[in-house]
Design a protein around this ligand. Structure first.
Ligand SMILES: Nc1nc(=O)c2c([nH]1)NC[C@@H]1CN(c3ccc(C(=O)N[C@@H](CCC(=O)O)C(=O)O)cc3)CN21
Ligand SMILES: CC(C)C(=O)C(=O)O
Ligand SMILES: [Mg+2]
Length: 283
């Protein structure tokens, strides 16, 4: 199991950190078996496994339900879980209460929060309470309606400088790592070099300390289009489609099930069930 200290040491020795999302028991088990360093129970689950068109409808209960299954599937892997939309903005009391539930009820090792300005003091409070916090800057999908769409962030001088300042601020308030989403590669490179904590990029280029992608994008599983920054390593849509089509066809044509997928019983018991009438048309 990685720790915030060992992740920082990986950064220091320039060993790339790998992170992938998982939302349930089988995906978590697969991620762990493939040797990822960290698993993210992302609120992207709202879009990729619950079918919402943004991450905004996702609740703390949704996150806990999926988070518990992920932790059961990946007991040896560092699991980070997203605090969902508005669960850390209402009041400090509400934030602490929900963060406590997320950690205690799932067994995850850390939580992740989007943004900087409004969450700087929150990161410090959670850290002081013993909850490791991962920050998330750049394209922050919970604010998609404020950002005006899923767009690359930090392209001009002012926006880039603001991102640099925010990255330093989340580190100063105790964040153990920073996820940087959809920012120009040169800006991500500069931020990663200025910070001591690992910067995990998604659409942030090759110079981050690690990379994170959404499980269903990597596998093209259930998703139709994937963001430009995602790399598709296999096409599960085709694999699943053809397997399910074959199942349907084989049942229709009576090719499935065969005796090898069935159970039988003693001949004499069957005969008794037919009242000894072995001439019955169904016998
Ligand atoms: N399947 C999936 N993968 C993700 O990476 C992901 C989600 N869902 N849901 C939550 C957020 C939303 N994310 C997204 C969604 C769309 C784009 C996107 O369409 N980006 C444009 C680039 C726009 C530009 O050029 O400014 C693209 O063409 O990829 C990016 C990030 C990342 N996260
Ligand atoms: C895209 C990653 C970083 C995320 O926050 C999520 O999957 O919810
Ligand atoms: Mg997220």
């Amino acid at each position: 199991m990685k720790t915030s200290t060992s992740l920082k040491e990986m950064k220091q020795r320039h060993e790339a950190i790998t992170m992938i999302t998982a939302y349930d028991y089988p995906s978590a088990k697969q991620a762990e078996n493939a040797g990822v360093d960290m698993i993210l129970v992302g609120d992207s689950l709202g879009m990729v496994v619950l079918g919402y068109d943004s991450t905004v409808p996702v609740t703390v209960d949704d996150m806990i339900h999926h988070g518990k299954a992920v932790v059961r599937g990946a007991k040896q892997t560092f699991v980070v879980i997203d605090m969902p939309f508005m669960s850390y903005h209402i009041s400090p009391e509400e934030t602490m209460k929900q963060a406590k539930r997320m950690i205690q009820e799932t067994g995850a090792q850390a939580i992740k929060v989007e943004g900087a300005k409004e969450v700087i003091t929150t990161i410090g409070k959670l850290t002081n309470a013993g909850i490791p916090v991962v920050a998330h800057l750049g394209l922050t999908p919970q604010s998609v309606q404020v950002l005006g769409g899923y767009r690359v962030q930090g392209k001009d001088k002012e926006a880039a400088q603001q991102l640099i300042d925010e990255a330093l601020a989340v580190q100063a308030s105790g964040a153990i790592s920073l996820v940087l989403e959809c920012v120009p590669a040169p800006l991500a490179k500069l931020i990663a070099s200025r910070l001591d904590i690992p910067v995990i990029g998604i659409g942030a280029g090759e110079h981050c300390d690690g990379q994170v992608l959404v499980y269903h994008d990597v596998l093209q599983y259930g998703v139709e289009r994937v963001p430009k920054f995602a790399k598709i390593y296999t096409n599960m849509n085709d694999v699943v489609h053809s397997a399910l089509q074959q199942f349907v066809a084989e049942v229709k044509t009576k090719q499935f099930p065969t005796p090898s997928h069935s159970f039988t019983m003693k001949e004499e018991v069957i005969s008794e069930l037919y009242g000894g009438n072995t001439n019955d048309e169904n016998y």
